[in-house]
Design a protein around this ligand. Structure first.
Ligand code: 5AD
Ligand code: SF4
Length: 438
């Protein structure tokens, strides 16, 4: 019996994909190990979004390749976005590798693994228009867990000019709604409390006559004891129906990740985002009007091709206007073969990118702290996730607004929704207490 080990890089989609891969391999008689040194097969499920993600993975492969000295039968594979993005080039650069498999061929992995031998490396990066792994129940790494990701769609058709994802994950396709409901049912029966519906752009989910607002409403109604979150939303596809669903179901979290990328219309246009700053802000105002306690998070790229100081100030200004509670902030990194790489010069120097990024990060920290301070004195329902990393007498969880709260307690409360009063905060965390005068 062969043993396999999977290591995951990148986004939440990859977390689920690794669980799908594990499920497929286990179903075919392989045994999972959590120690790469014990494995006959090591798979890295990879990310290509920025160059430094790829660099990290390459050096990890070099490190893992040294295990072949003590275990000559070890097979080493890169699966996922990086296999799709770089293809055979990886075999040249990393001779230790035996396998490259793109994100749509995981069902074939058991067969492919049998065909590999010392003379035969295998690459399969075929993309599919249909594959959603709808019938594969992911192997949950946290089987007594509380939170689970459920993939509802794959791929992306948006072709934002900086982004490699439409090339690495292929065309957008939505998963059969009944298979999603069955998976949520099974998670609910297994004690899970919180489900995050995942897709590159969940707002364009469409299966027969079920769109995303219909899907999440159906789930929220049928599973009143589960809390639903979702990510990621493309602002252009965020509909009033979804905002209304969020407003009307208490078990749909009051938080949305709405990547803006830039506050400048010129930059947004070159990024091929298909909305203007005003379109975006209108959606933000609508969200805040219908869901006053909502929190909004975002992704921001600074130093995109042709970004001027004025464009950058527009981003800064938009951040102040929206008051994001959290943001992922990046320097633009040109990815080969994307529309931007073909069409525009990567002409903002690294020094300027770094300075602008620092300004963005500093501002975000201030905004996060200011918003967290406004929560002091408020009482939130918090789903307890586990022990705090900093202090073992404290536990932590997140409220509906997706803010982390740390407070005194013990593990007997793991998986419960408890009331917590916020007493203090940092820019990253709320600090609270459970026993207060109600
Ligand atoms: N450079 C920098 N950031 C990028 N992202 C995607 N592509 C790039 C790139 N080439 C960011 C976007 C996206 C997030 C997942 O990663 O902000 O929303
Ligand atoms: Fe990339 Fe844009 Fe698709 Fe997001 S929506 S995965 S940024 S192309």
């Amino acid at each position: 019996m062969k043993t396999f080990y999977v290591e995951t890089y990148g986004c939440q989609m990859n977390v689920v994909d690794s669980e799908i891969v594990a499920s497929i391999l286990i179903r075919n008689g392989l045994i999972q190990t959590y120690n790469p040194q014990d494995a006959d097969i090591i798979l890295l499920n990879t990310c290509s979004i920025r160059e430094n993600a790829e660099m990290r993975i390459k050096s990890r492969i070099k490190q893992l390749g040294s295990f072949k000295k003590t275990n000559p039968n070890l097979r080493l594979g890169i699966i996922g976005c990086m296999a799709e993005n770089l293809k055979e080039k990886l075999f040249v650069e990393l001779p230790q590798l035996d396998l490259l498999a793109g994100p749509d061929v995981y069902r074939l992995l058991p067969e492919i693994l049998k065909q590999i031998n010392d003379e035969n490396k295998i690459i399969n990066t075929t993309l599919s228009k249909e594959e959603t792994y709808a019938d594969v129940l992911p192997f949950r790494y946290d089987s007594n867990g509380i939170s689970a990701y459920v993939s509802i769609m794959r791929g992306c058709d948006n072709f934002c000019s900086y982004c490699v994802v439409p090339y690495t994950r292929g065309r957008e396709r939505s998963r059969d709604a009944s298979s999603i409901i069955n998976e949520v049912l099974s998670l609910s029966e297994n004690g899970f409390k919180e489900i995050t519906l995942l897709g590159q752009n969940v707002n364009s989910y469409h299966y027969r006559d079920i769109d995303f607002p219909a899907l999440i409403s159906l789930l929220a109604k049928n599973f009143p004891n589960l809390l639903f979150r979702f990510t990621t939303s493309h602002p252009k596809d965020l509909s009033i129906e979804l905002i209304e669903a969020m407003a009307s179901f208490p078990n749909i979290a009051k938080s949305i990740h709405l990547p803006v990328q830039s506050g400048s219309n010129e930059v947004l246009k070159r990024m091929n985002r298909k909305y203007t700053r005003d379109d975006y802000l209108e959606k933000v105002y609508l969200l805040r009007r219908l869901i006053p306690d909502i929190t909004i998070s975002t992704d921001i790229i600074c130093g995109f091709c042709g970004e001027t100081e004025e464009d950058h100030l527009q981003t800064i200004d938009l951040m102040k206007e929206v008051n994001y509670f959290f943001a992922f902030m990046f320097k633009y990194n040109e990815r080969p073969n994307t529309l931007a790489a073909k069409k525009y010069a990567d002409d903002v120097t690294d020094d300027i990118k770094s300075r602008r990024l620092k300004e963005i990060i500093d501002l975000q920290q201030k905004i996060s702290y200011m918003l967290n301070k406004q929560d002091i004195g408020k009482i939130f329902k918090v789903l307890v996730e586990g022990i705090s990393k900093k202090n073992e007498k404290e536990i932590f969880g997140r409220n509906s607004q997706n803010k982390v709260i740390v407070f005194a307690g013990d593990l007997t409360q793991k998986g419960q929704f408890v009331d917590v009063e916020v007493t203090n905060c940092t820019s990253a965390t709320l600090i609270g207490r459970q026993n207060f005068d109600k």
